[in-house]
Ligand binder design. Structure first.
Ligand SMILES: NC(=O)c1ccc[n+]([C@@H]2O[C@H](COP(=O)([O-])OP(=O)(O)OC[C@H]3O[C@@H](n4cnc5c(N)ncnc54)[C@H](O)[C@@H]3O)[C@@H](O)[C@H]2O)c1
Length: 250
């Protein structure tokens, strides 16, 4: 039996592509919000993975997800991909929206990393956790202030979890996608030739661009890599775009 890999945020975008692709090599247990379970189940039937409804910002859902995964076999990897963004500068963001974005992007990753460390340690320790962060954690994006702050905190948790897990064989890393064409994060991405030109490699990323780096981090090929945040962004983070006229007029 192959090891189990848990993938969150699997009903759409990057997580959907990861669940499908990783299911060719591993037993994938894929989760998304309970209200998206029906569509996840359709994809699960087609691509051969197990679908679970779980809101990963809720501790009880994360616990149930890992219990389910543990019943499917030995957990060898966890990919924490679920995330949500909403536009909003600091001055425009309500406290309620702050709580929502922190719950969906920071608490969710904390809960999944925590459950992963505990589950892997119970099994003896060996395993790999990959978190899907964002280059915005490093370069900032004033128009998505809280999302960006949450991702920066996620990077910090990744490094802390890597130090915690290292002694017993659990590796924890992140990929940091750049602009990637998905419904959730960048619905317009790729429509604008200017967006493609703004990226050194010359095009907006696709979900499939994330598969190789995640597979590498899950596999023993990366046995000596932990605590790393790997940009998968076509070189975008090395640009420093100037403020737009709209930014200056705020
Ligand atoms: N697309 C981009 O340009 C981009 C860039 C950088 C980082 N990312 C990151 O990649 C990840 C995937 O983004 P995407 O672009 O594929 O977006 P997406 O909206 O297409 O997919 C996100 C998935 O996460 C699920 N989800 C959200 N909150 C959840 C929760 N609490 N519990 C369970 N599932 C939940 C959604 O239902 C959705 O299926 C996110 O973490 C995002 O921050 C995306």
């Amino acid at each position: 039996m192959t090891d189990v890999v848990v993938v969150t945020g699997a009903a759409s975008g990057i997580g959907e592509e990861l669940a499908r692709s990783l299911a060719r090599e591993w037993t994938v247990v894929a989760a998304d919000l309970p209200e998206r379970l029906a569509e996840l189940e359709l994809a699960a039937d087609e691509h051969g993975f197990v679908a679970v409804g779980a809101d990963v910002s809720r501790p009880q859902d994360v616990e149930a997800l890992f219990e389910h995964a543990g019943r499917s076999g030995r957990i060898g990897g966890v990919v924490s991909c679920a995330g949500v963004t909403r536009p909003g500068h600091v001055s425009e963001t309500t406290p309620e929206m702050f709580d929502f974005l922190i719950g969906a992007n920071l608490k969710s990753n904390f809960l999944v990393m925590r459950a992963a460390l505990l589950a892997l340690r119970r099994q003896g320790g060996a395993g790999s956790v990959v978190v899907v962060s964002s280059i915005n954690a490093t370069i900032g994006l004033p128009s998505q202030a809280v999302y960006t702050a949450a991702k920066a905190a996620v990077n910090s948790l990744v490094t802390a979890a890597a130090v915690e897990g290292g002694p017993y064989g659990t590796r924890v890393n992140a990929i940091a996608p750049g602009l990637t064409r998905t419904r959730g994060m960048s619905p317009r991405a790729g429509d604008e030739p200017a967006e493609n030109r703004a990226i050194p490699i010359g095009r907006v990323g696709q979900p499939v661009d994330m598969v190789g780096p995640v597979r590498f981090l899950l596999s023993d090929e990366s046995a000596y890599v932990t605590g790393s945040i790997i940009s998968v962004d076509g070189g975008l983070m090395h640009l420093r775009p100037p403020l737009t006229d709209e930014d200056r007029q705020r």
